[in-house]
Design a protein around this ligand. Structure first.
Ligand SMILES: [Zn+2]
Length: 140
């Protein structure tokens, strides 16, 4: 892994922070890669790199076929916040392929850890949502 931005055109940004060297022999250099973008200094540099190398990447990873989520696996929990409502935090167990959009309790929608941590917006994952649907008699 390199500490430098992987976009070879990075120095062409010509920012003040990229200037090095002494008077008479100054030059622009690449930025260091950032923690967030890992191999690049910015989203812009990542985009340049991606546009040049995406075909190489997809060939290396391999193509996949169309993906499908079947009706019986289409369960999820949605969090909705409504500042106008008396009860502002609301959770719904949904499966739009089965026309189900049922309000559930916070205890059903969240893990006890998330409730304790006060993470109102976090919900159980889709596998747990399906289990909840079975428990509530909405699925088998
Ligand atoms: Zn860069």
């Amino acid at each position: 892994m390199s500490e430098w931005c992987q976009n070879k055109k990075c120095p062409e940004k010509k920012t003040k922070g990229q200037i090095r060297g002494n008077k008479g022999s100054k030059y622009y250099q690449s930025n260091k890669s950032s923690g967030y973008y890992e191999y690049w200094c910015s989203m812009g540099c990542r985009d340049v790199w991606w546009n040049e190398h995406k075909n190489t990447c997809i060939q290396a990873v391999g193509f996949i076929d169309k993906q499908i989520i079947h009706l019986e696996d289409a369960w999820y929990v949605e969090y909705r916040y409504d500042w106008r409502a008396e009860q502002q935090d609301r959770y719904y167990l949904r499966n739009l392929l089965k026309n189900v959009d049922q309000q559930i309790t916070r205890e059903q929608a969240q893990s006890s850890e998330d409730i304790q941590a006060g993470h109102d917006w976090r919900t159980i994952d889709d596998t747990q949502a399906k289990k909840l649907a079975v428990t509530l008699g909405l699925a088998s």
